[in-house]
Design a protein around this ligand. Sequence first.
Ligand SMILES: Nc1ncnc2c1ncn2[C@@H]1O[C@H](COP(=O)(O)OP(=O)(O)O)[C@@H](O)[C@H]1O
Ligand SMILES: Cc1cn([C@H]2C[C@H](O)[C@@H](COP(=O)(O)OP(=O)(O)O)O2)c(=O)[nH]c1=O
Length: 216
Amino acid sequence: MKSQLSSDCGRGLFITVDGPSGAGKTTIVRHLAQMLPAKGEHVHLTAEPSGGPIGKLASELTETVTGHALACLYAADRYHHVEHEILPLLRNGHTVISDRYIASGLVIQRFDGVAPQFLWHLNAEARRPDLAVILEADPEVIASRLTERGPHNRFQHTPGSSYTEVEFYRQAAETLHGAGFEVFKVDCSSRPPEQSAAIIRRQLTQLPARCEVLTG
Ligand SMILES: Nc1ncnc2c1ncn2[C@@H]1O[C@H](COP(=O)(O)OP(=O)(O)O)[C@@H](O)[C@H]1O
Ligand SMILES: Cc1cn([C@H]2C[C@H](O)[C@@H](COP(=O)(O)OP(=O)(O)O)O2)c(=O)[nH]c1=O
């Protein structure tokens, strides 16, 4: 029998998880990666910025480069990430989960004043995921998680940034949905991360039929 999430046409599933800092992306993708593999299934966990040359450069420059230049750098990393890491794995039938992808590109550089339309055009040709998960959460909850964990970047230092970020992700989800992406929102304010991962796992079984066997 074929395993649960593998592809009959030699193409794996591509799942992306985006959302405000502190919503629980990194925690949830780890749970999801543990939950997904069926017999013989390969699940590859990746993230953006990627570990490739452009991703490393983008990471190094995030504190000092701003606006359009940084948006282009992150978009360049995204296209390179797809071509050199994600696509080869999908072609081998692997499931790929990315912690941050297009939605982050539509949101984070807005903190530097870059227009949403510019960000959309920059990202519009990146490979579409089979499921674009957007984590939602109460801004107060994620602000307190960030205070406990500590901010990861300069965008999180502005007071009230969690409120702005939650609203920007809501708009990004609308943009992606409007462009025909399979968008799935999960509220992570109060449920434990493993429960959010289980909800995403269940949603994968509801995807419109392609050639995957999703017998859950
Ligand atoms: N559902 C949750 N409930 C309580 N705390 C959580 C939950 N999800 C994540 N956390 C905690 O919040 C912090 C941020 O989680 P993380 O996965 O790093 O978020 P992100 O990758 O979205 O920034 C971490 O300290 C994590 O342990
Ligand atoms: C993917 C992406 C990341 N970034 C930056 C923001 C952060 O410095 C870093 C992601 O850090 P990360 O550790 O994922 O943040 P957090 O865990 O707090 O959610 O990459 C962008 O600015 N634009 C992008 O499109």
